[in-house]
Structure formats: structure tokens, C-alpha cells
Design a binder for this molecule. Sequence first.
Ligand code: ZN
Length: 69
Amino acid sequence: MSDEKKAAAKVEPLRKTHPCPECGKPSHREHYPFCSNRCREVDLSRWLSGSYAIPVADDEAKADYEDEE
Ligand SMILES: [Zn+2]
């Protein structure tokens, strides 16, 4: 088991495709950077559910916007 993990970690991504962030399969052009719409939705739902901790400062973004004259 551990040996398989090592081998998987050694796999280098191809230039043409990116490994799907969800399952690691080569990405599909239509669903880039994901391999399928399903993975994309999984990722999206993860975003919406707040699993990703992204420090977004709404106030800063607003201030930046207002600063644009
Ligand atoms: Zn995938």
C-alpha cells in the first residue's frame, strides 16, 4: 500500500493536461482544470460549503473598487 502511494506521488503531470484537483485524472478540455463536470461540481460545492478557507476581505475589495476613479 505505502509503495503504491510513493509511486503515485512520483507521477509527473503531462504538459497538455493537468491532473484533476479532485481525482487526479488528466483534465478534460471542456472541464478544465477538472477531468469531468462531476469533479468540477464536487469542487464547486466544496467552495460553497466553505471547506476552503479563503481569507477574503470584502471591505478591502470594496475600498479598492471605490478607489478606482
Ligand atoms: Zn476528476
